[in-house]
Design a protein. Structure first.
Length: 41
């Protein structure tokens, strides 16, 4: 049986992973210029 704390941790991890994937994988197409944090030369 899982703890309520464990369930909360898994939910938070899932949200964090979803947010990171949405931020880094599904980038908006209109943003063509590279910022300082992106790996463009």
């Amino acid at each position: 049986m899982m703890d309520l704390q464990q369930i909360a941790v898994y939910i938070i991890l899932g949200i964090a992973v979803f947010y990171l994937l949405r931020k880094f994988v599904f980038k908006p197409k209109k943003k063509k210029n590279c910022g300082t944090d992106c790996g463009c030369g």
